[in-house]
Design a protein around this ligand. Structure first.
Ligand SMILES: Cc1ncc(COP(=O)(O)O)c(C=O)c1O
Length: 405
């Protein structure tokens, strides 16, 4: 089945004039439309047929009133988490939310006090910072460390000693797992260490696991909440202090439909989050995002397997090309996500010049590493969720630009 589906990802789909941020937002973001868009994290691929059909069927009904999530949607999510991640989630733990970024803000606002310390691990997806600063909480940075194994393999790791010292002064830790932009899929050992520190300091941990399904063959995602349950079998729901954000949006390329979930075993936390959400009066579900969400988790598995096989191949070829033709750039091989983190520090350009080089000389629209905070300076993030031909064409543009630079 996987083999039959892989070829689907080789089709170029014109996305201009579809109100696409990635395509139609180029002028506003890069000052020109003349860049290949490899920035905001959505993919250029057609979604699984089952989701399209579910959307079409619902769209054929002429009334689009207020909606309510059916029990079958919760079951689809619980089945997915059990089969894919061996994580048994109880129905009452699930809160539907209007996206993962709103969820980050919501959890910070609902579960921490004004001026509380919140730990983040830069370089990291930039809304992690604003979720803290937007609510007048204190940002505490526990930077990741880029380690060289001596054989030229670079890998990011957490600095646990530093985390232990930061955690004393914090109420919440925001974990990105797998990690955007560095592509790490945290090992069970690393997550256990993080759990031990969070327990020691009585931290709440918010694990953003939006990229959990986008993991390559050499790595395995472990849900932090599940590990916490397994390591302390007697832990009651009430003592559980891990909250997880999940969503089908990255996995199945439906981020524009905006429906996600928080898994909150602790009832006190759950009520606080729900009550905060209620005060905002936000309508989380709508007739279209509901059917897409359920169809994705129920029927998207084969498509996802094919997607990962396709992305693995693209990633391997892109990295091989960079090693051979762009030796001045060090690429960090991702264990998960469709994002390549490019270390461009040997170009010796400051961040404004590096960004200008990519836009004006290479004609590529990437995300500047500096956006992801400390440790991102001198890096660029390339979204490879497009045809392999596009990725290779982009790298060829980069090769030409570097030759002329
Ligand atoms: C780690 C992470 N969290 C959240 C999001 C966005 O989530 P949403 O579109 O559901 O707000 C992204 C998108 O790139 C992401 O990488």
């Amino acid at each position: 089945m996987t083999q039959n589906l892989i070829h689907l990802f080789d089709y170029n789909i014109a996305r201009e004039d579809t109100s696409s941020l990635k395509y139609d937002g180029r002028l506003a973001t890069f000052g020109t439309n003349d860049v290949m868009p490899m920035w905001v994290a959505d993919m250029d691929f057609a979604i699984p047929e089952a989701i399209s059909k579910a959307l079409q069927t619902r769209a054929n009904h002429p009334v689009f009133g207020y909606s309510i999530a059916p029990e079958s949607l919760y079951e689809a999510l619980m089945d997915w988490l059990l089969v894919k991640h061996h994580w048994q989630v109880k129905r009452e733990w699930i809160l539907l939310t209007p996206g993962v970024v709103p969820s980050l803000n919501l959890v910070v606002a609902a579960l921490t006090a004004e001026n509380a310390g919140v730990v983040v691990q830069p370089p990291v997806y930039f809304p992690f910072f604003t979720a803290v600063t937007n609510q007048n909480r204190r940002l505490i940075e526990n930077p990741l460390v880029l380690k060289d194994d001596g054989l030229g393999k670079l890998q990011y790791e957490m600095d646990f000693e530093h985390l232990d010292s930061c955690a004393k002064d914090a109420g919440l830790l925001m974990l990105c797992s797998p990690h955007n932009p560095v592509g790490r899929v945290w090992s069970q050992g690393e997550l256990q260490q993080l759990l031990a520190i969070s327990k020691k300091h009585d931290l709440i941990v918010l694990a953003d696991e939006i990229h959990a399904d986008l993991v390559y063959a050499n790595a395995q995602h472990h849900s932090l909440s599940n590990l916490a349950l397994a390591s302390e079998k007697l832990m009651s729901d009430e003592s559980h202090r891990i909250i997880t954000a999940v969503s089908p949006s990255k996995t199945f390329n439906i981020p524009g439909l905006g429906l996600s979930a928080l898994i909150v075993p602790n009832q006190v936390h759950r009520l606080a989050i729900q009550s905060y959400l209620n005060t905002m009066g936000v309508s989380v579900t709508n007739p279209l995002n509901l059917v897409a969400f359920e169809a994705a988790y129920r029927e998207g598995g084969d498509w996802l397997n094919a997607l990962m096989a396709y992305l693995q191949n693209t990633c391997d070829e892109a990295i091989a090309f960079i090693h051979e033709h762009l030796p001045i750039i060090n690429v960090i091989r991702p264990q998960g996500t469709y994002l390549l983190w490019l270390d461009c520090r040997k170009l010796k350009l400051n961040d404004a010049s590096l960004n200008r080089f990519f836009i004006q000389e290479a004609k590529l629209g990437l995300s500047p590493g500096a956006m992801f905070g400390r440790g991102g300076e001198g890096f660029m993030r390339m979204n490879i969720g497009t045809t392999k031909a596009n990725v290779m064409a982009a790298l060829t543009r980069l090769q030409c630009a570097l030759a002329q630079h």
